[in-house]
Design a protein around this ligand. Structure first.
Ligand code: DGY
Length: 324
């Protein structure tokens, strides 16, 4: 193991993870807990042996453009790494790892939470109560839509999508339709009695709920655009816990305003934390602030997973969750 490598952690982590890091490395924590800008990230690449960033750090090509780079390992706190320019890290010979598995259950829970909130108009109900405007129960008040027996279309069929399928099918009696980047083996569909759609358009037009579970990438940017929103059923509900830019926000706002689709439930946004102001004027969208993995257990699990990868790297081994 390299003697006392210098490590930078870009945001505050759960206490147990910071403690473990401090015991084994020469660590700098970001006491202010503010996201780092390009200049600070460039300095981090120059001055540290390893950098442990997260989703709020834009590690774009400029960050890696300088001549002198000391950093040899990036341990991303998070499963998605679309904020890291992979072409640059590969060309600079930097190893990158992520944190799969540990956040699967909690992110799937948030997808189900948004699905239920949107179907049952939970946000509208709470806003009404908090405003002191509830005049009492009546037979036609805030009627939502039933979940049991409906079809849930999953776009992407990785770990989180499968955990959603498990909950939705066995917990809520939903039928599961899926589409992946590649054809999905029958053995992966069978446990959820799921069916594979012929195309994304077909999935959109046959689903009552659509939940997005594909990675954020240039390829998936605005995968759900105006045309695809038109393909959805008028009573359908769109859920996004993946990455904000998978949906064209303007097109979604228009579809929600015109009631072209019934509702949406969102945990992630294009340009977050600055979400499109149009969302705030709508009563048929449920909004959460990127809470997918936000439980004490999961965030601690994510930090520990980063440290496992970091330890492996400095022992001279291949980190178990190496993505580059
Ligand atoms: C991830 O891990 O990519 C999540 O979006 C962070 O919760």
């Amino acid at each position: 193991m390299q003697a006392n490598p210098r490590i930078l952690v870009t945001r505050r982590w759960p206490a147990a993870c910071e403690k473990r890091l401090s015991e084994h490395y020469q660590v700098t924590f970001n006491a202010q807990n503010e996201p780092l800008g390009v200049d600070a990230l460039k300095a981090a690449m120059r001055d540290y042996d390893a950098v442990l960033p997260t989703v709020t750090d834009s590690l774009n090509s400029e960050v890696f453009s300088q001549d002198s780079i000391r950093c040899r390992f990036i341990g991303n706190f998070g499963v998605g790494y679309n904020h890291i320019d992979m072409v640059s890290v590969r060309s600079r010979g930097i190893v990158v790892s992520n944190t799969p598995d540990v956040l699967t259950d909690c992110t799937a829970d948030i997808a189900m939470l948004l699905l239920l909130m949107s179907a049952r108009r939970a946000s509208e109900g709470e806003i009404l109560l908090r405003a002191g405007q509830w005049s009492g129960w009546h037979p036609t008040h805030l009627l939502g839509t039933k979940v049991a027996g409906k079809t849930l279309g999953l776009v992407g069929f990785g770990r989180i999508a499968k955990a959603v399928a498990q909950r939705a099918h066995f917990g809520f009696g939903m039928k599961i339709l899926v589409i992946g980047r590649k054809s999905i083996p029958q053995a992966e569909l069978d446990p959820f009695h799921a069916q594979e759609a012929d195309s994304l358009e077909s999935l959109l037009s046959h689903s009552d709920f659509v939940s997005l579970h594909c990675p954020g990438s240039a390829e998936n940017r605005h995968l759900i655009n105006a045309e695809r929103l038109k393909a959805m059923k008028p009573e359908s509900i769109l859920i996004n816990t993946a990455r904000g830019d998978v949906i064209d926000s303007e097109a979604l706002i228009e579809a929600l305003q015109s009631r072209q689709i019934r509702a949406a439930g969102l945990d992630v946004y294009e340009g977050e934390p600055h979400l499109h102001p149009g969302f705030l004027t709508l009563d048929n969208v449920s909004l959460l602030p990127h809470l997918g993995s936000a439980t004490e257990e999961t965030r601690t699990g994510m930090g520990m997973r980063v440290i496992d990868n970091l330890d492996a790297f400095f022992r001279g081994e291949t980190p178990p969750d190496k993505v580059a």
